[in-house]
Design a protein around this ligand. Structure first.
Ligand code: ADP
Length: 162
């Protein structure tokens, strides 16, 4: 069974980073995604290792700050989540705010909850193409759930649900 990344089945990967775990922000951040009307289809706590971080952060692996980011991301377990919804990749990026948390827009997760560039609470896939690689990197097919979320009837109009 392959993973679908279209329509209401669009998926994105979110990681709650070690600062979220240490600072007691797990419920706060998950609550924001829930209130937005997104559907949680996978969630687990995991300890990341250098190899997966090199793959996940390949686009910054040559930067001088990468060793620090890698060390930070291994400093405690993280919580990996897969959220589903219409154009969910973009919606979650907007909810998260820009990388440099102290400049992120008020109202966003990073804008409201963080001050650092590295310790910025969450990771979220930056495009549908990236999500289609990141979700399978962290979740096996049988760790993602298909179920009816009755709330979707009220979150979307009928034409948005096709
Ligand atoms: P984003 O997570 O917003 O998509 P990037 O993909 O550019 O941002 O970077 C990945 C992560 O690397 C960031 O979330 C942040 O934790 C860290 N990072 C990025 N740029 C820097 C920097 N200049 N100094 C320290 N850490 C950084």
């Amino acid at each position: 069974m392959s993973m679908e990344f279209t329509g209401l089945k669009e998926k994105t990967l979110v990681l709650l980073k070690p600062d979220a775990i240490q600072r007691g922000l797990i419920g706060e951040v998950i609550g924001r995604f829930e209130k937005k009307g997104l559907k949680l289809v996978g969630m687990k706590m995991m300890q990341l290792e250098e190899a997966v971080l090199r793959e996940h952060y390949a686009h910054i692996a040559d930067k001088p700050f990468f060793p620090g980011v890698s060390q930070f991301m291994q400093s405690s377990p993280v919580i990996a989540m897969c959220w589903e919804g219409l154009e969910v990749v973009q919606a979650v990026r907007i909810l998260c705010g820009i990388t440099k948390a102290r400049s992120a827009e008020a109202g966003s997760i990073r804008g409201d909850l963080a001050m650092s560039v590295a310790c910025n609470v969450v990771h979220a896939s930056d495009s549908v193409e990236t999500a289609s690689k990141e979700v399978p990197r962290f979740f096996k097919v049988d760790e993602l759930y298909t179920y009816n979320k009755s709330e979707f009837e009220h979150v979307y109009t009928e034409d948005e649900r096709v």
